[in-house]
Write a protein that binds this ligand. Sequence first.
Ligand SMILES: Nc1ncnc2c1ncn2[C@@H]1O[C@H](COP(=O)(O)OP(=O)(O)OP(=O)(O)O)[C@@H](O)[C@H]1O
Ligand SMILES: [Mg+2]
Length: 264
Amino acid sequence: MVNDNKVVISLRNVKRKFIVGDETVYALRGVSFDIREGEFVTIMGTSGSGKSTLLNQLGCLDTPTSGEYLLDGVAVRRMSKNQRAKLRNRKIGFVFQNYNLLPKTTAVENVELPLMYNSAFSASARRDAAIKALKEVGLGNRLYHKSNQMSGGQMQRVAIARALVNNPAVILADEATGNLDTRTSFEMLVLFQKLHQQGRTIIFVTHNPELSRYSSRNIFLRDGRIVDDTLNPDIQSAQVALDALPVEEVIDDIVNDTINQDLK
Ligand SMILES: Nc1ncnc2c1ncn2[C@@H]1O[C@H](COP(=O)(O)OP(=O)(O)OP(=O)(O)O)[C@@H](O)[C@H]1O
Ligand SMILES: [Mg+2]
């Protein structure tokens, strides 16, 4: 399928090196690609291949040593720190492996956070937007649970709702299923696929090459370089995979849930 939507991310020969003591690490050795609106891209590669470094560039958390990055048509490298922070807040939703939620804070408050810096939102508009995002990720029944009162999968849903709430141009996920069991990982994938079907642009970094079946495009990094960049003509349904998971695991989950409930 040819996607001729507008380009939201454009990298041109982006390099990033780190100097540690008298050693230089070439984490990115010249990466170029365009990502269009509505693509669901996985970025894969072994440990140390540069995935997080690349995602940090895309998320404006770090600046390249050289090369050009255009986010929604804006050249990021020439921006001031302040401008970059603003751009990041408006255009990007982040989902991390360890959820990065505020501890002992409710789901709604965590999701409201990115809107705090947006003067277009009143306090009540913020709350409404947070509740809407939490419902979208299937957490309508956990709005006022605190982070320490939720399962890993539920915390990750809160993090995804927080990433969505600002209606960003791109959602960036770094090992978003890395801490989750198989079943919960597939539940997250079902959610990401739903967001993709709604037209969201998603960039999903993972160690796990199996996840490439569920996205629309797969980029492989090796040693700071792209070694493969292909469209997936046959996107598999994560829901079908979830439904096909062995029953034993479901029983395990129920047992674990019961144990967790007892501990609360
Ligand atoms: N802040 C830093 N200072 C020095 N070296 C760094 C820094 N960040 C990353 N590196 C180095 O850059 C290379 C790429 O690291 P990166 O974290 O991008 O890998 P990765 O593909 O995300 O790995 P993993 O799958 O383990 O998360 C590694 O060799 C790493 O040691
Ligand atoms: Mg990493």
